[in-house]
Design a protein around this ligand. Sequence first.
Ligand SMILES: Cc1ncc(COP(=O)(O)O)c(C=O)c1O
Length: 387
Amino acid sequence: MITNTRAPFFSPSRRSLMKLAGAGAVGAATALSACSETATAATPANDAIDPNAMVILSANENPYGPSPMAVEAIKEEAGNLYRYTYPTVMKFAEMVAEREGVAPEQVLVTNGSTPILAAFSDWVNVKGGKIVTSAITYEGVPRVAEQAGTEVVYMPLTQDMGYDMEAIAARVGPDTGAVYLCNPNNPTGKTIPTAQLKAFVEDVSNKVPVFVDEAYLDMSDDYPGNVMSEFVAAGKPVIVARTFSKIYGMAGQRLGYGLMPADMAMDMRKTGRLSNVNYLGLVGGMASLEDTAHFEKMRATMIRGRQKLIAMAADLGRPIAPDPQGSFIYMDVGMPAKDFAAKMLDRNVRVVGERWSDLPNWTRICVGLDHEIDKCHAAAKEILTSI
Ligand SMILES: Cc1ncc(COP(=O)(O)O)c(C=O)c1O
């Protein structure tokens, strides 16, 4: 069994600040030090409360927005857009590699993690074999795979709405091309127990590549113990996807990365479709990685938001998928989720309608600002008490 040697949080170093400046982020290091005082504030992205505004709790964004250091670095660099991003991509990949304990060639940088999920689906399609995953999981890999003609095998959830890891492992056979896992799972929010996940990845990756989507992992209680990059570092056919859209609050700026065997990363790079990473995303991403205080603040803030959602469901008397660990809850509304979502929309609150058709009465609701969750709570109460 490989043990995780990763430090809990990236520690900013003089060297990485220098790298950031060397990446063409002229003035960014100055901006970083200038902003360090404000970096600990959990700044709502939108602090003016408009009672008629649409509250969006369907997209799993971070409503508190990016690190102030990222915002400053982006502003500082706005004049440098005429340059291509290649050297900055390399600097960013080096920074990520150091943080994750892998080689820079094992880091594939993309605009958001969606392209990693899609490129992996295409890669499996070319290599052949089915993708084994769970029912009620994120569609990024399965949907693209199915469109390309790859068969996807969905193993049912366990009684407590977790992945059935034994059944998934048992289903892997000669017809399998890869396994996709989302941890914590979107939409249930369930995590795979760390020991079980490590044993699974260790064993199954001897047979087929295993993809672990860690979009929400840094909000889970067990983070960083359940980070799977150690298997990539050990040279196993394991792919880890991470994103700046969630805890780093940069969904609109588009930045993500995949960790994987260097030859697989090269195969994917060669398609030429992934070279669309944007400069300001990289600049913001590097500053975000330096701002560990903001990261910790966001982790605490998002966990508090998740607890507020759990309390809302309890007050509404509605069951949720137990022990959610992402930035959302998955709730049984006792009526078709599409009708519920439509009624919520009438009240200016957007939640997920029927997206996972196996569970038509379940909706996913994500963390918003406190007043947004309160508005959602009031709207849901009105709807659910009138049925
Ligand atoms: C589990 C999971 N993976 C990947 C993504 C893709 O996000 P992005 O392309 O913004 O990184 C999402 C988006 O919601 C997600 O929920």
